[in-house]
Write a protein that binds this ligand. Structure first.
Ligand code: ZN
Length: 273
């Protein structure tokens, strides 16, 4: 059971219908304690105004989505690194608990996944220099292996933690049940991560069947993930912070009244998480 005050609304969950202002007001209306904005919503509102809006409403920020995409240009370009510096600055401006990193898949036209992983490690180490100075924790989000080609060549918690160990302080993982629930090593890796490396915890559910690889995530309780079980593991490891609800759902939740989505999210946080 997760009380509403511990939930955080990832703005992607209602992204089709609400801007940042509406998301902030919605959280307040439904007693939700935190928000996890995407950078497009920040840009729309203006970063300074967004920061005022969020802190004025008394919301905490579970994370900023997202930096990364180190492989997108085929090499680590200044443009990619600059964009990640800006993401760090934006995360600091809104006092985000972390900057969530989706690191990128294969470089365009490439079959070299080891090379992609090297590029990501180098990119993260460069971003981390700036993030440490800014005091912004960097959170690698391992994505389900079905996205290894086009979104993230880091697919498991173990892989992400190996990278954290190589890079040192100021970096950890954003654990999203959608991406990691199937992993037989999950319990051991959560314990290995400990409080220091567990920077964010995202929830939603895995639907059977899944109709779209990207935009058919389920509301908690509608799928097959043992969310309460995974939550117990992260809490046993010391994580007691916000639980972010992140649901990409083009055929269902994105089509509904966002107030219904938030009310359901609060109820399922209690009943099914
Ligand atoms: Zn996530």
């Amino acid at each position: 059971m997760i009380p509403a005050s511990r939930l955080s609304l990832n703005t992607a969950t209602v992204r089709e219908r609400w801007d940042l202002r509406a998301c902030v007001d919605g959280c307040v209306r439904h007693g939700i304690g935190g928000i996890g904005p995407w950078r497009d919503k920040l840009a729309e509102a203006g970063v300074d105004e967004a920061a005022r809006m969020i802190s004025g409403a008394g919301l905490r920020v579970s994370g900023l989505c997202r930096g990364g995409w180190y492989t997108a240009a085929g090499a680590l370009t200044d443009a990619v690194l600059d964009d990640n510096r800006r993401a760090v600055d934006e995360a600091r401006a809104i006092d985000a608990a972390c900057l969530v990193m989706v690191v990128g898949g294969l470089a365009p036209g490439s079959r070299d996944i080891d090379g992609a992983r090297e590029m990501v490690a180098e990119g993260l180490s460069k971003t981390l220099e700036h993030a440490r100075q800014a005091g912004v924790p960097v959170a690698i989000e391992p994505l389900h292996p079905m996205y290894a080609a086009d979104r993230s060549c880091i697919s498991t918690t173990a892989q992400a933690l190996d990278l954290c160990d190589a890079l040192g302080e100021g970096i950890g993982v954003a654990l999203d049940v959608y991406h990691v629930w199937w992993d037989p090593a999950l319990a051991a890796q959560i314990e290995r991560a400990g409080r220091e490396r567990l920077l964010a915890f995202h929830i939603c559910d895995w639907l059977v069947p899944t109709r779209d690889l990207l935009t058919d995530r389920g509301m908690m309780g509608d799928g097959v993930i043992d969310i309460a079980g995974i939550r117990a593991l992260v809490e046993a490891a010391g994580y007691d912070d916000l639980v972010e609800v992140e649901i990409f759902s083009s055929q269902d939740w994105w089509t509904r009244d966002p107030d219904e989505v938030l009310a359901t999210m609060v109820r399922r946080g209690i009943e099914a998480s």
